[in-house]
Design a protein around this ligand. Structure first.
Ligand SMILES: [Zn+2]
Length: 132
């Protein structure tokens, strides 16, 4: 896996107050369904762990998503916009709300609720390589 992507996984877990680091592995829970997921110390995801962009990257170019985007500093790879999710949950969100776009009220509602969940799990990064 690309080093850049591994770095984003580490950014997500190091700012997630449900993520625990033990025996060289980060363990956290899917942002959607709370299944236990693991990320190795080097940022390599294990099993069905995948990287979730809470506000989809494609929405960052859309004016109607601006109020949401401002909440993560306008950067899709901001730690507040990153989470670990099951491959299946991530895929379903991608095919559903993400694809419908920010003009769709229900899609916006889903992404807003997920962002609220992500921010409620926020933890300030610690250590030299933590967070942003
Ligand atoms: Zn899940």
């Amino acid at each position: 896996m690309r080093p850049g992507l591994r770095r984003l996984f580490l950014r997500a877990v190091s700012t997630d107050n449900e993520a625990q680091f033990a025996d060289g592995v980060w363990e956290t829970r899917c942002l959607h369904c709370r299944t236990r997921l693991q990320v190795a110390a080097d940022g390599e995801p294990r099993g069905s762990a995948s990287l979730e962009h809470v506000i989809p990257r494609a929405w960052f170019s859309k004016r109607s998503a601006r109020p949401l985007i401002e909440r993560v500093g306008g950067d899709p790879d901001d730690a507040r916009n990153l989470a670990v999710a099951c491959t299946r949950c991530n895929h379903d969100k991608g095919k559903g709300p993400d694809a419908r776009g920010p003009l769709d009220a229900r899609a916006r509602e889903v992404v807003e609720a997920l962002l609220a969940t992500r921010l409620a799990r926020w933890r300030e990064p610690s250590g030299p390589d933590g967070g942003r």
